[in-house]
Design a protein around this ligand. Structure first.
Ligand code: MG
Length: 252
């Protein structure tokens, strides 16, 4: 038994019948989608779309989300601060003094969201891996913390909806990963037992420790890691890492 296997699952005797994937930052490339969205926004605003501004937009998102999570910045303040920072960084002329008016910031953020959604893109390894897993006879599911409507639209936009058998969202299940009810829900829909599932995702708690506690096997997708896909675990507490989705193909 490897360190990434569930202690409750016998890897040698229980074949994998299903692969369950997280959605955001697993087949869905949020960072690239965000960059494409903000570059299109800058162009629509008549500002120069530069990689530096896209990077700054991304960095501000992280910084302001920390304040939002800490409870010091509400959702409205978060959105307005992001746009105000972008416009200032882009040198937006504010001759009429209206650029940073709250309603202008709100409208601009709504404009960005539309462009971001229109820029949704899958990682290059997503389609080929899903197609090969399905050709190998595996059941495929997506398990995600997120609103049902948005995640369904995202699956369609990424052309993943036709490549998987099921989607379970936290909204439809009524709980969130790593709550065991989430893993039980996708097993029920896919008609498999937890020990027949390999779970894959980018979040160690939600996509590895949670599934393992629920009796599944799991691997951590760490696209930023230089570790080899079959590299040793670190300290025994870290699950097996892969750096791209194709690595799943050798595990099922
Ligand atoms: Mg994720």
């Amino acid at each position: 038994m490897t360190a990434w296997a569930s202690p409750r699952a016998s890897e040698s005797t229980t074949p994998i019948r299903a692969v369950v994937l997280d959605l955001d930052d697993t087949p869905f490339d949020h960072a690239t989608s965000m960059r494409r969205g903000v570059l299109r926004l800058l162009a629509e605003l008549g500002l120069r779309p530069t990689p530096e501004l896209a990077r700054s937009w991304e960095e501000q998102a992280v910084r302001l989300m920390e304040r939002h999570r800490a409870g010091t910045l509400g959702p409205e303040g978060y959105r307005r601060a992001r746009v105000a920072h972008l416009l200032a960084a882009a040198g937006h002329p504010d001759a009429d003094g209206m650029t940073h008016a709250p309603d202008v910031l709100d409208q601009t953020y709504a404009q960005y969201l539309e462009l971001y959604e229109d820029s949704w893109i899958a990682f290059p390894d997503a389609h080929a891996t899903l197609d090969r897993l399905r050709a190998a006879g595996l059941r495929l599911g997506v398990l995600t913390n997120g609103p049902e409507d948005r995640q369904r639209r995202k699956l369609r936009a990424l052309e993943i909806d036709t490549r998987v058998d099921a989607l379970c969202t936290s909204e439809s299940v009524g709980s969130r990963k790593p709550d065991p009810r989430m893993y039980a829900a996708i097993c029920e829909v896919l008609d498999v037992a937890p020990e027949q599932v390999l779970h894959v995702g980018d979040d160690v708690e939600n996509d590895v420790r949670g599934p393992i506690a629920a009796g599944m096997r799991a691997v951590h997708l760490d696209r930023s890691s230089a570790a080899s896909s079959d590299g040793p675990d670190r300290g025994g507490s870290c699950p097996r890492r892969i750096t791209g989705l194709e690595a799943i193909l050798s595990m099922v």
